[in-house]
Design a binder for this molecule. Structure first.
Ligand code: SF4
Ligand code: SF4
Length: 296
């Protein structure tokens, strides 16, 4: 059954992987097999010129690698704010307080979602992590531009086999401190690792993938605004419709840094068997059927 597309979102979203460099080496990192873990987008002015050409306001979701090891993160952030876009970020939250405050200053109140990835292989003092998250959430709130949606901060962690026994306690601990906590299924070869029915039930109990209510999402054949109101771009400027598109080597949108880049005109049916990035889902870029076959 095909559903009609939802209304076009008023703001676009782009996931920008600004580097492959990272100060961590998590065992489950989806980039661990990359040939080059030292790449970073070098021509900030050129990228900003391309972001200036996008129609309307966009939420630019910066990730990596680890964005806070990028040498011009503040310049990038300030430039995007100057263009009238909003800035979201995914970070392992290991940056110093000074660096974090530099980001807040550069963003000039235009932060969207600040997502802190809790990597349990590297973080042993959970209480300190929570305190830092609460402190930074307040810093974002104080600096916000009141004409824009309020910034939000959340903590995510990957449901690896070693993390699974700790998730319930972690969720309770974050909830007690008023910090939003989300679990993410572990990814493997463009799909998700196989969980037992009990483990799946546990993850659904904790809200599913990033609190979307489910672990796996499938929209094959359904119209989706990705390609028009969402796309991904890497540190070299290579753009695709979404992460599954890049994985399948389909629906390349061209070189973001040249005139070859082009967005779609409207919603287009999804050709992929699994939609495993929740950014387009959380922004409502496709209808979310609730039939059992889509509730897997
Ligand atoms: S912090 Fe993120 S990018 Fe860095 S190694 Fe861990 S999962 Fe990979
Ligand atoms: S995989 Fe998800 S984001 Fe990509 S086209 Fe399909 S529904 Fe849209």
């Amino acid at each position: 059954m095909t559903f009609s597309a939802p209304p076009m979102p008023s703001e676009g979203v782009v996931s920008w992987n600004i580097n492959t460099a990272c100060n961590y080496r998590c065992s489950y990192c989806t980039q661990r097999f990359m040939d080059d873990r030292g790449r970073w987008s070098r021509d900030t002015p050129r990228f900003l010129r391309s972001f200036a050409k996008l129609p309307g306001r966009w939420e630019v979701k910066i990730s990596g690698g680890e964005p806070f090891v990028h040498p011009t993160l503040d310049e990038i952030t300030a430039g995007l704010a100057e263009l009238g876009h909003r800035i979201s970020i995914v970070t392992n939250f290991s940056a110093s307080e000074q660096k974090l405050l530099g980001f807040v200053t550069a963003a000039r109140g235009r932060v969207g979602v600040f997502s802190c990835s809790l990597h349990l292989e590297y973080v042993s003092d959970i209480a300190a992590f929570v305190d830092k998250a609460r402190w930074f959430r307040d810093a974002l709130s104080v600096a916000r531009d009141p004409s824009l949606p309020a910034p939000s901060l959340n903590v995510t962690t990957v449901a690896t086999q070693s993390a699974l026994p700790r998730l319930a306690e972690l969720a309770t601990g974050f909830a007690d401190k008023g910090v939003v906590f989300k679990v993410q299924p572990e990814k493997l070869d463009g799909g998700l690792v196989t969980y037992t029915p009990q483990e799946e039930a546990q993850l659904v109990q904790l809200g599913g993938h990033n609190r979307t209510g489910q672990i796996a999402h499938r929209f094959t054949g359904q119209p989706c605004w990705s390609g028009r109101s969402y796309f991904i771009v890497d540190d070299r400027g290579i753009a695709y419709r979404c992460y599954p598109a890049r994985r399948h080597k389909m629906e390349r949108l061209g070189d973001f840094l040249s005139d070859s880049f082009a967005l779609y005109d409207g919603p287009v049916p999804c050709p992929y068997p699994l939609c495993y990035c929740t950014v387009p889902i959380e922004r409502g870029l496709m209808s979310r059927p609730t039939s059992p076959q889509n509730n897997e």
